[in-house]
Write a protein that binds this ligand. Sequence first.
Ligand code: BGC
Length: 467
Amino acid sequence: MSLEEAFEETKKELTITTDQLNEITNHFVDELNKGASVNGGNIPMIPSWVLNYPTGNETGEYLAIDLGGTNLRVVLVTLLGEGKFKFSSEKYPIPEPMRTGNSPDELFDFIALNLHNFVISQFGEINKIEKPLPLGFTFSYPALQTAINTGVLKTWTKGFDIDGVEGNDVVPILQNSINKLKTPINVVALINDTTGTLVASKYSDNKTIMGLIFGTGVNGAYYDMANEIPKLHGKLPDDIVENNEPMAINCEYGAFDNEWKVLPRTKYDIQIDNESPRPGEQFYEKMIAGYYLGEVLRLILLDYYSKNLIFKDQNIKPLQVPFAMDTSYPSRIEEAKDKSFIDELFLESFNIKITSIERNLIHDLCILIGTRAARLSVCGIAAICKKRNYTSGHCASDGSVFNRYPNFKSRAHNALNDIFQWNCDTKDYPIQLIHAEDGSGVGAAIIACLTEKRLEQGKSVGIKSKI
Ligand code: BGC
């Protein structure tokens, strides 16, 4: 096989046609419905117990933390009402060895210590704080919730693999680590980053219909009417049933098509899954999320090398290290105005000297990988729109791929138009991806505030048996 033939084959495999978009979206709607049914399905469709919409008039001072894929972020948010807020925050990179390990203590003590120091930097001495500070904990992993202040981790995603957390409620684990340092903090709400994004954006933009993350992982949240979620029938407390309140649903749709019925997975996607800490899970996420896009490129290049099509007579050992290329590689390569940047990148990072043909090939592969990710990404959006009959609105979007991967947004809009056939200018598309407000900080603060208010009013924040 020649290099051209190999590339044509890869191109075919990575290209998502309009017919495929439609087929995937329709199956996605079925899986969203199945996930919300009594028996459940691949997509967990987790009721978040974030009830009702924010009014924009919430006020007060709240702490928030966000345990994302790469960083821990600690935020002090002041909600000012009228859709306004101010905040100060700190970011702490999560040390690589803490992503895996045999006890939760290392990670959760690290969180508690940074939180403790942050509180001192904001408030001065701890003993001057009169009443415990309410904290919203953004935990961006699939955590099953029977109440707003609980979350039992279903499975780690995004390469995390720490023993002793799956199957356990992460809120007491965090609260214990906080208590060890005697920091006056109460964890009042556990929040997914998508739910935080949804609520933060709705606080200031009433047209928001969903909160989406396209980052290290992928996921979406939207509001459904609590009474219309079949798996909650008979489990909702009376006050929620009587008011038929809207509740944010954390879809956890990275798990879409784990049964592999429609996704056009390539041998590279299959290899990524097989070699991951949790094979058989997060099939959709593993094709489109930032944690994996660089790895797709690396595996394609290694495949071509093994067929003696590229990097002839070069020592490719540095490229053989799993995840040697993070997603900034395809992203920077596609973005490079001067293509000689690609030569430098391969030389500096992997000690590989590339030819001009290889340079163009790598660039074209990055376009294919990025375009596939963007096109597949909108199937989740289109499915939520179809399920909820949304014909217009803002999809509040955040995450490193959305914010930094070149052309992601325009490709996503094109794919949405392929599905919905609007036939108008992009700026007039009735459904738009909009850069989200700070979900993990402001969103978590608003949710902590909404929760406090509900509790003061004697309203429920969890399932019947919990009351
Ligand atoms: C997690 C979700 C999260 C998403 C984006 C996924 O791996 O399971 O909970 O919302 O990443 O951060």
